[in-house]
Design a protein around this ligand. Structure first.
Ligand code: NAD
Ligand code: IPM
Ligand code: MN
Length: 368
């Protein structure tokens, strides 16, 4: 079973933004993952791939689930192929507190979790998932990490994570990252961590990893799930997969997360071009243990839609409003006297009630 209910909430948010701005979105849904296998025999049907390639943005629904298991044809193969086909080598997964009020719910002690702000920059189409790394592949993801660090004033530190004490690819990774940073970004602080100790540090003293954590595909997959523990739920964190560095002035291409389908967004304005495909989705999977029950947390997917608006649709202002609306909704129990949290965050509300509240707050902000 999939978890389309979280995607539905992100789409409602996008539709609202579209109706209140000049964005003029045109949404279409395409089979992918399990739906691709069931309806077309393959997880990424050609028609879906073609639609993604010609779209301004694609929002992907999480794939996978017990129905398709780990047989020879798997939904996950579609996701890997789509990333490769769209050249989405840079996966940006920020882990921070969407609201300070989440501190009370973090499984870490508040004094340890407080102030954590880590942007995981994960290489997405190479490494152990496919084969090894080439120097240019390591250089381009390092540049993305450096540009993320420089997008903030003062610039962030860059932490590179590898397993250079064992793996030859990691030794190449470390050497390449070091040389490129010295040559092109000497102003940025850089340090190196072995992945096992970085995993420990992330829960023992996560602020030590504040900044940009750049790492290879598998380590980034694991560490980004781990980072979700800090603010308290995998259902909270957004994700963007890009063919270049994130840039608020760049283009469109997003994916979002019900396994059943994928939404392709076209902007009827034609202001947008698709030379920097983006692929946002929340970091979690299809949550088979809770999917369809109506209480999955939609916030990660809503925040992924915000990333899409910022980096792909030229609507950084709208993205910021969504982030503020989410913060207000999460703050509710503390500051507004209402509690609009799903049960992964200790609340009682269901998915659509949280979505309703985000929309209500957002509408109030948009009509000001
Ligand atoms: P998962 O991320 O689906 O779930 C892990 C845990 O987090 C579960 O307990 C789940 O209930 C919880 N969780 C996840 N999303 C949540 C949300 N929005 N609100 C509240 N709780 C949430 O990981 P899994 O169970 O290991 O994998 C399930 C399937 O998802 C697998 O087939 C996997 O390959 C796939 N997957 C797909 C994507 C993607 O398509 N982007 C990403 C990760 C995993
Ligand atoms: C993720 C997922 C995917 C990955 C799977 C579903 C192929 O875990 O996006 O984090 O391993 O990249
Ligand atoms: Mn993962």
């Amino acid at each position: 079973m999939s978890c389309p209910e979280v995607t539905a909430e992100a789409v409602r948010v996008l539709k609202l933004i579209s109706s209140k701005t000049d964005l003029n979105l045109d949404l279409a849904s395409h089979d992918f993952g399990g739906a691709g296998i069931d309806n077309h025999g393959v997880p990424l049907p050609d028609s879906t791939l073609d639609a993604c390639k010609s779209a301004d943005a694609v929002l992907l629904g999480a794939v996978g689930g017990p129905k398709w298991g780990v047989g020879p044809v798997r939904p996950e193969q579609g996701l890997l192929k789509l990333r490769k086909e769209l050249g989405l080598y840079a996966n940006i997964r920020p882990a921070n507190f969407a609201s300070e009020s989440l501190l009370a719910h973090s499984p870490l002690k508040p004094e340890i979790a407080k102030g954590t702000d880590i942007i995981v920059v994960r290489e997405l189409i190479g490494g152990i998932y496919t084969a090894t790394y080439s120097i240019p592949e390591i250089e381009r993801i390092t540049r993305v990490a450096a540009q993320c660090a420089l997008a903030v004033d003062p610039p962030l530190a860059v932490h590179s994570v590898d397993k250079a004490n064992v793996l030859a690819t990691s030794r190449l990774w470390r050497k390449t990252v070091t040389a490129l940073m010295e040559k092109e970004y000497p102003q940025l602080a850089l340090d190196h961590h072995l992945v096992d100790s970085a995993a420990m540090l992330m829960v023992a003293n996560p602020r030590k990893l504040n900044g940009v954590l750049v790492t290879e595909n598998l380590f980034g997959d694991i560490l980004s799930d781990e980072s979700s523990v800090i603010p308290g739920s995998l259902g909270l964190l957004p994700s963007a997969s890009l063919a270049g560095a994130p840039d608020a002035n760049a283009i469109v291409m997003g994916l979002y997360e019900p396994y059943v389908s994928m939404l392709i967004l076209h902007s009827r304005n034609k202001r947008l071009t698709a030379n920097c495909p983006l692929f946002p989705s929340s970091i979690h999977g299809s949550a088979p243990d809770i999917a369809g029950k109506g209480f999955a947390n939609p916030i990660g997917t809503i925040l992924s839609a915000a990333m899409m608006l910022r980096y792909s649709l030229g609507k950084a202002d709208a993205a910021e409003l969504i982030e503020r609306a989410v913060e207000k909704v999460l703050d509710g129990a503390d500051k507004g006297g209402f509690d609009f949290r799903t049960r992964d965050l200790g609340g009682q509300r269901n998915t659509s009630e949280v979505g309703d509240k985000v929309l209500e707050v957002l509408e109030g902000m948009l009509s000001k």
